[in-house]
Design a protein around this ligand. Structure first.
Ligand code: NDP
Length: 309
């Protein structure tokens, strides 16, 4: 649509900040968001590549726009829930001229670098841009205990805070648009590996005739203990203190070997435990045997030094 004049039907002033919002992207997350807005009495305009995903929301009172341009022009506040930032460019690129004057809140996941580039692309077209990282599943949308990281200019955020709080609590991280994406990816780094470790543990249990339900209590206790470990190690790591007074990497490496060998003996996949042991062995090769397991942070940091997102 870039460069073409908007049709008369789509030149109406957008609804002022307040009780109306556009939601673009209707996967499980976008549907939950649109549903939460409807529950709170908002006028909701929708657009999705696959229009049929809007059927249930339209039955509840939402309006399905026939084009991206129509969806953008309907409201000042435009919430995006797409699979990534490339999709934002694909979708909003269909109606660049309609971006001017909007507040685009992108709640899609992607890297900090792509978020920063996306913020620049949107603001160059005359819209304000806020990035967001939603830390809850769709079932947590509308729950005041859930929260979302936001970053970008504070004025449009404060102006639309009440509307955004319809979805979750607003955790504002400052003007740098990439900060919300960074904080979100920090969470996902832990989320995916811990969930995978749970799948690994279930596979091991299954190999020995135990069901997931049989190990649930043990799994919850084990993961909950991380809370104490996180607190204990945070100050020491920030201070560069990897003293082997509580644990030693040599012990951790032997333990990681026991895990790997248990998997091999049980006939389950060893991809994850091999990757874990590889990191421990790298620390040993660097001469850290007598240091704490926390010294592996130094190994990981060294790998990532100087790389951008
Ligand atoms: P989905 O992958 O289910 O939905 C993605 C949306 O992107 C759909 O509306 C889909 O359209 C659209 N889309 C994908 N490719 C294109 C394309 N090429 N052109 C146009 N539209 C496209 O994701 P979710 O709803 O689960 O999640 C949305 C975002 O929220 C993601 O970034 C995700 O990481 C994040 N998130 C999700 C959570 C979850 O538990 N689901 C939790 C926290 C964050 P169509 O319907 O036509 O396929």
């Amino acid at each position: 649509m870039s460069g073409t004049a908007p049709s008369p039907a789509t030149t109406a002033a957008p609804s002022p900040a307040g009780r109306s919002v556009t939601v673009i992207g209707l996967g499980p997350m976008g549907q939950a968001m649109a549903g939460a807005f409807l529950d709170r009495g908002y006028e909701v305009t929708l657009w999705n590549r696959t229009p049929s995903r809007a059927d249930g929301l339209v039955a509840r009172g939402a309006t399905l726009a026939t084009s991206v341009e129509e969806a953008l022009r309907a409201n000042e506040l435009v919430v995006l829930s797409l699979i990534d930032y490339a999709t934002m460019h694909t979708v909003l690129g269909q109606a660049e001229d309609a971006l001017s004057g909007r507040v685009v809140v992108n709640l899609s996941s992607d890297t900090p670098r792509k978020t920063e580039e996306g913020a620049r692309w949107v603001t160059e077209r005359g819209a304000a841009f806020l990035a967001g990282g939603v830390t809850s599943p769709p079932s947590g949308i509308g729950d005041p205990a859930s929260y979302t990281f936001y970053s970008g200019p504070s004025e449009p955020l404060e102006r639309h805070r009440a509307t955004l709080e319809t979805l979750t609590q607003v955790e504002y991280l400052g003007e740098d648009p990439s900060r919300a994406a960074l904080m979100y990816q920090i969470g996902m780094t832990m989320f995916w590996t811990s969930l995978l470790s749970y799948w690994q543990a279930i596979a091991l249990a299954n190999a020995h005739g135990l069901k997931a339900a049989d190990i649930l209590s043990h799994a919850v206790t084990t993961m909950s203990a991380n809370r104490e470990f996180f607190g204990f190690y945070a100050d020491r790591i920030d201070a560069g203190n990897h003293a082997g007074d509580v644990d030693r990497l040599a012990m951790g490496t032997a333990s990681a070997e026991h895990v790997l060998h248990t998997m091999e003996d049980s006939g389950v996949d060893t991809t994850l435990p091999k990757a874990v042991l590889e990191l421990f062995e790298r620390g040993m090769a660097s001469g850290r045997a007598a240091e704490s397991v926390s010294s592996l942070v130094e190994e990981i940091r060294a790998q990532g030094a100087g790389r951008s997102a």
